[in-house]
Design a protein around this ligand. Sequence first.
Ligand code: COA
Length: 313
Amino acid sequence: MNGLQLLGTGRCLPSRRVTNEDFARTLDTSDAWITERTGIRQRYFCAEGETAVSLAVGAARQALEDADVQPGQVGLCIAATFTADRRTPALACEVQAALGLPQTALCLDINAACTGFVAALETARCLLLGGQLAGPYALVLGAEKISSLLDFSDRSTCVLFGDGAGAAVVRLDPQAPWAAVFGTRGDGQVLHGGGPEDPYLAMDGRAVFRFAVETVPVCIRAVLDKAGLTLDAVDHLVLHQANSRIIHSIAKKLEQAPARFYENMQRYGNTSAASIPIALDEMRRAGQLCPGQTVLCAGFGAGLTWGGVLLRA
Ligand code: COA
C-alpha cells in the first residue's frame, strides 16, 4: 500500500518548566480548574536563547540517531510549525545547516497548525513516492515556540499551550498500510493570532472543543474505511494533545476505551504540530511502540483544519 515506516523518533523540550501552580500565582486560575478542564498539569516554555530551531535540531538529532540514519542519507526535511522564529529562511533550512543534511535535500516548512505533523507526513510520503528526492529518508518535524504568541495575562489561552519539538525519520514501505484524510473549514475567528491586529493567540474555546469532537471521529473512521481496516487492527491511536476531555469525548464517540488513546498533555500542554511526534517518541522510548505495529495519528486545530494518517512502526 506504499505507506510510511517509522524508523526513529526524537523530542526536545525547552528548559523552563511552568506548573499550573506557577500560573495560579500570577493569574486568577487554579491547578484544579486547569487540570479538570484540560488534563494539563505543566508545560515547558523557552528560556533565553532557546528557539523553535534549537528545539527542532535537538529532536532531529535524536531521531536520526534512533533510526541509525546518517544526515547524508536524508532527501527531505519538512518542518511543521506555525511559530517559526522568523519568516525566512524556513526552519527546515536552519535544521539542514545545523545537522549537515546534504545540499541535495529538499527542506521546507508547512503551516497547518495542530494538523501540521499529519499533513507533513502525507507530504513526505507523496514526495518520496514521486521518486525525485536525492535520498530515501525523510526527516519530519513538528517544532513550536508558542510562548512567543501567548498573552500571559489571558488565563483562557496561556495555560493551554507549551513549547517543544518532536521528530520522526520515515521511509516508504511498500507493505505498510496507508490512508490519509484531511479537511479544512476556513475560519479566521475561532482560533487565530500572530497578525498585525491580533498579535496574541485568541480562540473561542467552546467552539474549538465542539469542532474537534465533531470532526475527528468522522476523520478517523474515514481513514480506516479508506485503508480497509477496523479499529481493532490499529495498535495505537495518537491524537493531537490539546485537551484530555476532547480525547475522551472522541473515544466515546468511537465506542473505544479512553486508554486506547495516548495522552501526555499533562506533561507538555498543547504543543501544536509537535504534540504527535513528541508522543510517538515517548511511546517508542518506553517500548510501547513495537516494530510492525500500526498507528493512527490524527490532528486538528486552527484553520480550522483536521487530518488523519496511518504509520507503520
Ligand atoms: N482559570 C479559571 N477560570 C477560567 C480560566 C482559567 N484558566 N479560563 C477561563 N476561565 C473561566 C472563564 O472566564 C469563564 O468564566 P465566566 O463563566 O465567569 O465567564 C469560565 O471559566 C468558563 O469558561 P468556558 O470557556 O465556558 O470554559 P470551558 O469549560 O469551555 O473550558 C476550555 C474552557 C478552553 C478549557 C475549553 O473550552 C477547551 O479546552 N476548549 C478547547 C481548546 C483547545 O484545545 N484549543 C486548541 C485546539 S488545537
